[in-house]
Design a protein around this ligand. Structure first.
Ligand code: ZN
Length: 275
């Protein structure tokens, strides 16, 4: 109670302490602001013209450090203007392309694709037609000829009409000597009208052709086909030496109209085939 606030040593002491602190505080504050300003300026400059961030920094810095604030403020409008112009550019271009030009381009691309597909289809059709024409030509040629050799890899060992100890009278066919198992082929289109053992002829197939001519295939080791129609060149059996035979060969006979045998070599040559 005796002590007045003025005379109290405690408040005076506090004032003195506050006085002592007073000069120091602003320095600290100023130093702190300078650091903030420097950091902010560096940030603005480092980020170039980051428009939004630059503007925010600029406003805050302006009140504290006018010099650096003006620098960042001057960068902002340029950046904003540039961005704005660019934005308008992009928007303008977007608007130009959007409705008509894009649709026309799409239509053009579609038309080109359609034309390409049509050209490809036409080329394919043309190739198919060409293949069909070639096939037809080959078929016509085969049909015109109509006859093929009845086997392959042979040597002729017995001519037609040749007399010899092996045959009862004269030889009634043409002998194609070739290894056992060599395929025997129908000499022309027709129908198998006989297939089986035939005495001295061994295993024999008779094919009757459309003009009535019959061809015989004798001494076969086995048959590949024993009935039905055949095309020229179809394999009907395999060379052997069954029946009256001294070695593997095809004894081939030709009977025009189903009658007497004729020389197969002359017959084949007349059909465009040279045995
Ligand atoms: Zn013979």
């Amino acid at each position: 109670m005796q002590h007045s606030p003025e005379t109290s040593p405690q408040p005076a002491d506090r004032v003195q302490r506050l006085k002592g602190l007073r000069p120091r505080r602003p320095i600290l504050v100023v130093a702190g602001l300078a650091v903030v300003a420097a950091a902010t300026t560096a940030g603005v400059q480092a980020s170039g013209a980051g428009a939004g961030a630059g503007a925010a920094h600029g406003h805050r810095v302006m009140g504290l450090a006018p010099s650096s604030g003006s620098a960042s403020e001057s960068a902002d409008p340029d950046a904003a203007r540039l961005l704005s112009e660019r934005g308008e550019d992009v928007a303008a271009r977007g608007n130009e392309r959007d409705p008509l030009e894009v649709r026309q381009e799409a239509e053009a691309a579609e038309a080109k694709a359609s034309a390409d597909a049509q050209a490809a289809a036409e080329a394919e059709a043309e190739a198919e037609a060409e293949a069909a024409r070639e096939q037809a030509a080959a078929k016509a040629e085969a049909a015109a000829k109509g006859w093929v050799l009845p086997t392959s890899g042979y040597s002729l060992t017995g001519r037609f009409g040749k007399a010899g100890a092996r045959w009862a009278s004269t030889h009634t066919g043409l002998d194609f000597a070739t290894p056992s198992g060599t395929p025997i082929k129908a000499a022309a289109a027709g129908r198998i009208t006989s297939a089986g053992g035939a005495g001295a002829f061994g295993n024999r197939i008779v094919i009757t052709h459309t003009d009535g001519t019959q061809t015989w295939y004798c001494h076969q080791s086995r048959f590949a086909k024993t009935s039905g129609s055949v095309a020229a060149g179809d394999v009907i059996g395999y060379v052997g030496t069954t029946g009256n035979s001294t070695g593997p060969h095809l004894h081939f006979e030709v009977h025009p109209g189903g009658g007497s045998a004729v020389d197969p070599a002359g017959w084949l040559r007349a059909k465009g085939v040279s045995p």
